[in-house]
Write a protein that binds this ligand. Structure first.
Ligand SMILES: *Cc1c(COP(=O)(O)O)cnc(C)c1O
Length: 401
């Protein structure tokens, strides 16, 4: 059976009433027939039927044993870090999500957990950073915002050889495109705020574990810490997941067209998208994923904020906002938004220069999105687009891209 069919039929109808949509059990507690005698639920922090449906659904999607739902992606990351103790070390991808960096460096380092940041596209550098105290390897692939690719299978075997766990933040790819647990990872986390929710209307996080024992441990931290996902938001994530495969296909198709357009544009210095054949991680991405996702970044030749601001003013379909993975296309300027807290020199070293923009390609028609970019790029003063169009045989003519 194909993934979409099995996903859709994994979602149960209500055994009590036959309701085809999962009921929202908006309750804090459950009546017991005698002390300690209940129908499997006693208090909604510990367990809730709507949340439990989401948790088993995401475990099914990621091909893991246990799913655990949290109030945000960061709460999910926090629960994974609670499996460590003082003196343990983490090796993490250097262009890690900013919020994860803040949690690692400003909270957990205080409790004696040391983090080494390395370029994980370079598996030798990653292996060299491992010490006998390393207990966790933390990767994202593709990364944010320069969309670097890490070979999950290779990193999983390094983790295994050093008896440490591998956690993959699968937010950008989603299980519709990439299944890290099948490639050897021990844990997957998600900001379900992004593609799994899919409609920019909630904040949620998920952990999925490959084995049940680790799942029980994380579930213990979920209940002990209490940063659970509420019943209504659990229902919204289920509703989002129902169309995940369809949406990811469309996001990916449009992103590929936008990336091909941008990579040929004379005002663009470089376009970052794993679906472009010249992307350094293209072959690995192709081998480990079913698609390249909906995120595209590009650097303007005029690598400064003035050029960025001129462009942002002209864009009409792309909304300026943080976050990603929704139906509306978004544009972000990492240097002043997602990566503003990073020192400028560190930012530059990671390729997050002032002229870099990040796009979350939504579900509008790709032709309209390209038209919007074309319109904005052509109105900025620093290129002579007409000269370029007549010289270049692969013109930006919209029926060609
Ligand atoms: C947004 C995001 C997070 C954090 O998730 P929240 O739901 O905002 O807490 C973690 N990792 C990645 C890759 C993200 O994009």
């Amino acid at each position: 059976m194909q993934a979409t069919t099995s996903l859709i039929h994994q979602i149960p109808s209500d055994p009590l009433t036959g309701a085809i949509s999962v009921p929202i059990y908006q309750t804090s507690t459950f009546v017991q027939s005698a002390p300690g005698v209940n129908q499997g639920y006693d208090y909604s922090r510990t367990n809730n039927p709507t949340r439990a449906t989401l948790e088993s659904l995401v475990a099914h999607l990621e091909k893991g044993q246990t799913g655990i739902a949290f109030a945000s992606g960061l709460a999910a990351i926090d629960a994974v870090l609670k499996t460590l103790k003082s003196g343990d070390e983490i090796v993490a991808v250097d262009d890690i999500y900013g919020g994860a960096y803040r949690l690692f460096s400003k909270v957990y380092e205080k409790f004696g957990i040391k983090v080494h940041y390395v370029n994980c596209s370079d598996t030798e550098a990653l292996a060299a950073a491992i010490t006998p105290s390393t207990k966790l390897i933390w990767i994202e692939t593709p990364t944010n915002p320069t969309l670097k690719i890490t070979d999950i299978r290779a990193v999983a075997s390094i983790a295994k050889a050093h008896s440490c766990r591998l956690c993959v933040d699968n937010t950008f790819a989603t299980p519709a495109l990439q299944e890290p647990l099948s490639l050897g990872a021990d844990l997957v986390i998600h900001s379900a705020t992004k593609y799994l929710g899919g409609h920019s209307d909630l904040i949620a996080g998920l952990v999925v574990t490959r084995d049940a024992e680790l799942g029980a441990e994380i579930k213990f931290y979920q209940n002990a810490g209490g940063a659970i996902l509420g019943p209504f938001d659990s229902w919204l994530v289920i509703r989002g997941i129902e169309t995940l495969h369809l949406r990811m296909q469309q996001h990916g198709n449009s992103a590929q067209r936008v990336a091909e357009y941008l990579s040929e544009h004379p005002a663009v210095d470089q376009c970052f998208y794993p679906g472009l054949p010249h992307h350094p991680g293209h072959d690995i991405a192709k081998a480990q994923s079913k698609g390249f996702g909906g995120m595209v970044s590009f650097r303007l030749k005029e690598d400064h904020t003035t050029a960025v601001d001129a462009l942002l003013q002209k864009l009409q379909l792309f909304q300026l906002a943080e976050s990603l993975g929704g139906i509306k296309s978004l544009v972000a300027h990492p240097a002043r938004m997602t990566h503003a807290s990073m020192p400028a020199a560190v930012r530059q070293a990671h390729g997050v220069s002032d002229g870099l923009l990040r796009l979350s390609i939504g579900l509008e028609d790709a032709t309209d999105l390209i038209q919007d970019l074309d319109n904005a790029l052509s109105q900025t003063s620093y290129i002579d687009l007409n000269t370029w169009k007549t010289k270049n045989s692969k013109s930006v003519s919209l029926d060609l891209v």
